[in-house]
Write a protein of this length. Structure first.
Length: 311
């Protein structure tokens, strides 16, 4: 059984998806549709811009979605259907790419939603007041204890449960800095501040959640062609109203990626295709469950290999 999974922020690179667009007209059409929806030459930024501008949240989110959808369209050109997957899932913003791939959202609506999401997340907390840190080598219970101890009246919360070796905390900068030191004292192999522009997936994002609730209310969301494994519940959903509710909760809620992978494996998934830029999710999956294979598909060669059975 196979699942298609879609990467989140941090996977962006200059040039991503360009070879796909050159090789597959349907992939090029995705970038054209996103450019038109945003009224911006986003594809030009992705392929020929500078990484600092591309990494801005409002650009990175629709750019990564466009690259993932372009890869999915390339796969479809080679005979792979979204319904060849038992489930789709995405890491944070990747959940929007998963929904678009499954036909629940149009590409144009997804691009506009992600632009709003990126702007709203950036605006929720003044620059420099929030932070995130990755903690490696502590189990989730230990990280939760560190976050609780480091808070000291401020916001310090677990944001991402990525894999058994990596958890991310998010909140007010002073509290996150305390968490880094406390995690090291608690025996973490590494605890490092992350180069992010805002403290994602914590309660400080409440204003952004309100904006997303309003934005999602204006968009038609259809039943996806295959069930979507939602970040915040780590199980599958198909009901459009429930999906919208979970997308709002996702802004402030924990990304339960490890639990999502475990849940899919428990349903019988043995193979995952990471569709889009990079191989970050593939690395996480190897650390979560060695019995699940993962293939990264982000270039025409990847598409050919996957569809010819040589991946």
């Amino acid at each position: 059984m196979r699942a298609f999974i879609f990467p989140g922020q941090g996977a962006q690179t200059i040039g991503m998806g360009q070879a796909l667009a050159a090789a597959y007209p349907t992939a090029k059409a995705v970038f054209d549709e996103v450019d038109e929806a945003l009224g911006q030459d986003l594809s030009g930024l992705i392929w020929e811009g500078d990484i600092e501008t591309l990494t801005l949240t409002a650009n990175a989110q629709p750019a990564l979605m466009a690259t993932s959808l372009a890869a999915m369209k390339a796969l479809e050109s080679e005979g792979v259907s979204i319904t060849d997957a038992a489930f789709v899932a995405g890491h944070s913003l990747g959940e929007y790419a998963a929904l678009a791939a499954a036909g629940a959202l149009t590409i144009a609506d997804t691009a506009r939603l992600l632009r709003i999401r990126g702007d709203a997340m950036q605006a929720a907390v003044p620059a420099g007041e929030g932070a995130m840190a990755a903690i490696l080598g502590l189990d989730i219970a230990a990280v939760e204890q560190v976050a609780n101890d480091a808070a000291q009246g401020a916001v310090c919360e677990v944001a991402n449960e990525n894999d058994p070796a990596q958890t991310v905390v998010s909140g007010e900068k002073s509290a996150i800095e305390r968490a880094v030191e406390m995690a090291k004292e608690a025996g973490a192999k590494r605890a490092v501040m992350l180069p992010v522009s805002a403290p994602f997936h914590c309660s400080l994002m409440a204003p952004a959640a309100e904006r997303m609730q309003a934005a999602l209310a204006e968009v038609e969301l259809k039943t996806p062609a295959v069930p979507v494994v939602a970040n915040v519940v780590a199980s599958s959903v198909t009901d459009p109203s429930e999906i919208k509710d979970l997308l709002v909760k996702q802004v402030t809620g924990r990304v339960r990626w490890r639990a999502s992978v475990d849940w899919m494996a428990a349903q019988g998934v043995t193979e995952m295709w990471e569709i889009g830029s990079g191989k970050a999710l593939s690395g996480m999956i190897r650390r979560i469950n060695r019995d699940v294979t993962c293939t990264a598909i982000g270039t025409p060669d990847d598409v050919k290999a996957a569809t010819s059975g040589t991946a």
